[in-house]
Write a protein that binds this ligand. Structure first.
Ligand code: PLP
Length: 385
C-alpha cells in the first residue's frame, strides 16, 4: 500500500479556533467587530511594544497597499524591492501608479542585497520594501542606513516573519514606516485569509483604518455599538474593502497564542532536515546569527553543483514518492508582466536566477511528524545517491 501523501504545507487548526468561530457565528456579529479589535490588541501585546498601532486587514497584500497609500506613493515614484519574492510585494506599487525597481539578492541569505539597493537608488526613489525571505530577517541595519541617507520610507513585507528577530528585536518592532504580516492559509499562523499592518506612526495607522473600509471615518462596529445610536458617517476618500472579519479574527486570536510553539516545532523540523541531509550534494537554508529567531516559514534547499539530477526531476521524484514540494519563487524578472514592463533580463539578477534554477521548498508544517520528516530525508538520499 502506498504511503500517505505528505503535503507541502498544512494549517494546524485546534478545537479552540473552531469553538471561537462557532461563538462568532452564534453571536450574530460575523464581520469586523469586537474580535477583530481584540486580535489587533493581542497582536500589539505579542510584539511587546506599547507604541505600536496594529490594523487588521483581509490580506497582507491589502496591508502593503494601505501602507503605500498612506505614505503617498504615487505616479512618478519608484519603490525598490527584491526580484526574489511573491508578486504581491511588487503589485501594490503598481496599484498606486508608481514604478517597481527590482534588485538582486545576496546569495548567502537569499534576502534583498543592501548593496544592490544602494546602487538602485535614484532621484525618483521613495521607498524600499524588504522581504524577510523564508522567515530569515533581511539586513535591516544596512537597509535602514540607506533609507536615512536618502530620505526613503521602509515598508517591510513580513509575510514570512512571525515570529522573526534581528538583533534580539522582533520584526514588527524595527524602525520602518510599516510592517505587514500575512495570515494566508500556508503562513506561520493563519486566519484563512488575513493580514496585519503594524506601525508606530499614528497618522499612518489612522489613514489605513479609514481606507480599509471605504474611506469611512467611523467603522461599522463603532456606528452600531455606540452608546448614542449613530447613523451618521462621512466618506473622506474613495477607500477599499480590506477589513478583517470577526470569523477570521476568531482563528487569529488562538493561532497567535500558539505562534511561539509553532515556531519552535518548525525550527525542530528544520534542524532535523539539516542533520539528515548532511553529506548530500545540497545547500541547506541560510540561518541568521546565533540568538536570532528564524520563523521557518519555508525550508528552501538548493542543489549543489554535481548533484546527479536537476531541480525539476528531483521535484518529480519526490512527488512520485508521495511528497509535495514547491518553489519560492519563480523570480519576478521571469514573470511576463514584470519582464515585459521593465525589459528585464536574467543577467541583471544573477544570484536570484542561479538560486531559482536549483531551489525547492520541502514540506514544513507543525503537524508533520518526525517520521514524515525522516521519510522526506530518506527519499532525498535515494534520489540524490
Ligand atoms: C503570502 C505572501 C504575500 C501575500 O500575502 P496575502 O496575505 O496572501 O496577501 C506577500 N508577500 C509574500 C512574500 C508572501 O509570501
Amino acid at each position: 500500500m502506498a504511503e500517505p501523501f505528505i503535503p507541502f504545507a498544512l494549517p494546524e487548526i485546534g478545537e479552540e479556533e473552531i469553538a471561537e468561530v462557532v461563538d462568532s457565528l452564534r453571536s450574530g456579529w460575523v464581520t469586523t467587530g469586537p474580535k477583530a479589535r481584540r486580535f489587533e490588541q493581542d497582536f500589539a501585546a505579542f510584539l511587546g511594544d506599547p507604541a505600536l498601532h496594529c490594523v487588521a486587514v483581509n490580506s497582507a497584500t491589502a496591508g502593503l497597499h494601505l501602507a503605500l497609500e498612506a505614505l503617498g506613493i504615487g505616479p512618478g515614484d519608484e519603490v525598490i524591492t527584491t526580484t526574489h519574492t511573491f508578486t504581491a510585494t511588487a503589485e501594490v506599487v503598481r496599484y498606486m501608479g508608481a514604478d517597481v525597481k527590482l534588485v538582486d539578492i545576496d546569495p548567502a541569505t537569499l534576502n534583498i542585497d543592501p548593496a544592490a539597493v544602494q546602487a538602485a537608488v535614484g532621484p525618483r526613489t521613495k521607498a524600499i520594501m524588504p522581504v524577510h525571505y523564508a522567515g530569515l530577517a533581511a539586513d535591516m541595519g544596512a537597509i535602514g542606513d540607506i533609507a536615512r541617507q536618502h530620505g526613503l520610507h521602509v515598508v517591510e513585507d513580513a509575510a514570512h516573519a512571525l515570529p522573526t528577530t534581528q538583533g534580539g528585536r522582533l520584526v514588527g518592532t524595527l524602525d520602518s514606516a510599516a510592517t505587514v504580516f500575512s495570515f494566508y492559509a500556508n503562513k506561520t499562523i493563519t486566519t484563512g485569509e488575513g493580514g496585519m499592518l503594524v506601525t508606530r506612526d499614528a497618522a499612518l495607522a489612522k489613514r489605513a483604518q479609514v481606507m480599509r473600509l471605504h474611506g469611512m471615518n467611523r467603522d461599522a462596529f463603532d456606528r452600531f455599538t455606540a452608546k448614542v445610536p449613530s447613523w451618521y458617517y462621512e466618506i473622506v476618500a474613495p477607500g477599499f474593502k480590506y477589513n478583517l472579519t470577526d470569523i477570521a479574527a476568531s482563528l487569529g486570536l488562538h493561532q497567535l497564542k500558539k505562534a511561539h510553539a509553532f515556531q519552535a516545532r518548525r525550527a525542530e523540523i528544520a534542524a532535523r532536515y539539516d542533520a539528515g541531509l548532511r553529506g548530500l550534494p545540497v545547500i541547506t537554508p541560510p540561518t541568521g546569527p546565533a540568538g536570532d529567531m528564524h520563523a521557518w516559514h519555508l525550508y528552501v534547499l538548493r542543489l549543489a553543483d554535481g548533484a546527479p539530477l536537476g531541480r525539476d526531476a528531483l521535484i518529480e521524484g519526490l512527488f512520485a514518492a508521495g511528497i509535495g514540494c514547491s518553489v519560492h519563487y519563480i523570480p519576478l524578472h521571469l514573470q511576463p508582466y514584470w519582464r515585459e514592463r521593465y525589459a528585464l533580463q536574467p543577467a541583471q539578477f544573477p544570484h536570484s536566477q542561479h538560486a531559482y534554477e536549483r531551489m525547492l521548498s520541502l514540506p514544513l508544517y507543525t503537524r508533520m511528524t518526525n517520521a514524515d520528516v525522516d521519510r522526506v530525508i530518506a527519499t532525498l538520499h535515494r534520489l540524490l545517491a
